[in-house]
Structure formats: structure tokens, C-alpha cells
Design a protein around this ligand. Sequence first.
Ligand SMILES: Cc1cc2nc3c(=O)[nH]c(=O)nc-3n(C[C@H](O)[C@H](O)[C@H](O)COP(=O)(O)OP(=O)(O)OC[C@H]3O[C@@H](n4cnc5c(N)ncnc54)[C@H](O)[C@@H]3O)c2cc1C
Length: 315
Amino acid sequence: MTKLREFLEKINTKACFSGLIRYDEPMALHTTFRVGGTADVWVQPDATVFPDYAAALLRAASDEAIPVFILGHGANLVVSDTGLRGIVLDTGGWTDREKVSGTAPALRIRAGTAVDAAVEAAAQEGAGALAFLAGMPASIGGAVYMNARCYGRSVSDTLIEVEILDEAFQRIIVPFRPEDYGYKKSPFQNRAVLILSATFRREPRPPAEIWLEIEAHRQDRERKGHYRFPSAGSVFKNNRAFGKPTGQIIDELGLRGLNSGGAKVAPWHGNIIVNTGTATAADIRALVDQLISRVHAALGITLEPEILFVPPHHP
Ligand SMILES: Cc1cc2nc3c(=O)[nH]c(=O)nc-3n(C[C@H](O)[C@H](O)[C@H](O)COP(=O)(O)OP(=O)(O)OC[C@H]3O[C@@H](n4cnc5c(N)ncnc54)[C@H](O)[C@@H]3O)c2cc1C
């Protein structure tokens, strides 16, 4: 830990760090599931320094073989009970809109911006492109990384380009290419890059119509119990080959309400696992494994988790 402290003090002085930094930070505070042990260091740079600081930090950490985990709003994560070694780089201070050069009307939004804030800012100027995401807990960077999908649309349906810090720690623009994206898939999932901002089409519509759509999605999520308990939304991906939504498959096998410690399949939705208050990451993993094996035993199909276990192979 001393080595890590020295490393950070050195880099923070050199790169003029401004923001928040905490040692032994419980990751349960930074995930919507409210589980996860401590990160050695959690760093949230301010917007004033974010891209340059992130580049300096990632470069120096790579030189020293110190792992860095990039955190959005923690809405799709199950962080191990033993926590994360190395550095968690939280994008939550890198918020707001960016100016878009050129004449094409577009919305460029920084990666740490809450999706709901981006949805509202877009609606205020009559841009309807992001309304389908209303009520989804996420950062813009996390939504692009996951190619989040709801109400029949994916983030990739409205994307123009993404600005990243690439593997050589250079800021580059990655233009949207449909072949790079798929159901809950983005090209960034196979790369060690930091998404800095995303540019979306505006899709102008009358503001009243956009606000109606936003309200409808928020109410629908409320009704579906999305916010009743800590969770990470849908646990498993849907798969056309299964012939029906994964939630329905789990429901029909009578597995709603199944539990492992404090983790429970939501009694009202087969594809949501909730933390009833005492869940650990190990409870969630055990319940996910149990659902996979019970569904496989009954129907011969293999469910694929959508939630991410961090580190990937923790028990
Ligand atoms: C109540 C609830 C409802 C939900 N509903 C939906 C839904 O309808 N549709 C849906 O698709 N998902 C849904 N989710 C899941 C979640 O909102 C999405 O997966 C979202 O995209 C996660 O974004 P995040 O910022 O929280 O990312 P995180 O969970 O913090 O991170 C997810 C992954 O993205 C990476 N990442 C994050 N930011 C960056 C960045 N700037 N650069 C590079 N990598 C990055 C992380 O390293 C990690 O690998 C729901 C979750 C909850 C809790």
C-alpha cells in the first residue's frame, strides 16, 4: 500500500490532480447492488483535469503494472467481497456537455455524466435521441461500453462517434460503425481504453412529446420494481434462440423468490436479483450459478450473465 501511496502522490503532483481520493474505499458505496469489498485506492478526478490526469495515471500505472479499473455509476457490477487491488478510476467527476465543432447538429456528452441528466438536458433543447434511456441508472461511458438497450432501442442506434483514450493513451475519435456493435456489445469491451465522451444524433421532436416519453419510461420502471431494492437491473441477457425473454423462462420454472443468503430472485421479476439487505458478492454469484444450472437442467439452454463480475473470476 505504501508503494501505491507513493506512486499516487508522485503522479498527482506531476499531473496537478484535483478531485477526490480515498484509500481502502468500500466498493459497496459505488455499486447499485451495494456489494463489494474495498478498493486499494479510489480516485475521482475533477472535470478540470480529467482527460490529462487520466492519461498520465493510466500511462504510469501501465509502466508499473498497477491494475486500474474504470468505474462508471456501478450499475452493472458485482465487485468481489475481497475488493479490488490497484486503482479504481471513477469517471463521475467528468460530467456535462462538450461543444461540437462542425455544422451537423449533435450532442456530445462526457462519459461520467449520469444518463438521466443527459436525457433531461437533451429534452430541454428538443433532442429526443436519448429519451429511451430515461430512468436507467448509468453513466454515459458505461451505457456506451455496455451498448445499453431498453424499450426496443440500443445506444448504438443513435451514436455518431466516441472519443476515447486509446491503448497508447492518446485521445482519438472512433467513428460509429454498425458492424462493431451488437446486442449489449460494443467494440470497447475487447479493449483496454477509457471512453471520454460520446456524440449522439439529436433526433429533434417537440419537447412535450419527449417529456411524455421520459415520464412513461420512468413510471414503467417504477411499476416494474426497478428501484425497490439494490440491484443491477437484468441479470441475464435475452437470447432470441430461447424463444422468450429470460425473465419469463425463470418465472415459468418457478424460480422467482429463490435465494442465496441475502441475494434473492425478485419475487416480481425472474431476471432481477435483489440485495435484500445483507447480500454479499458471493451470495449473488452463487444465486447466478444456481439459476444457470437449474435452467440448463430443465431446458438444456445456457443463460449468459449480463452483469459483470469484477474481477471476472471471483467466487
Ligand atoms: C435498476 C436498474 C435498471 C437497469 N436497466 C437497464 C436497462 O434497461 N438496459 C440496460 O442495458 N441496462 C440496464 N441496467 C444496467 C446498467 O444500467 C447498464 O449496464 C449501464 O450501461 C451501466 O453503466 P455504468 O455507468 O453504471 O457502468 P459500470 O457498471 O460502472 O461499468 C460497466 C462496465 O463499463 C466499463 N466502463 C464504465 N465507464 C467506462 C468508461 N468511461 N470507459 C471505459 N469503460 C467504462 C466498466 O469498466 C465496466 O466494465 C440497469 C441497472 C439498474 C440498477
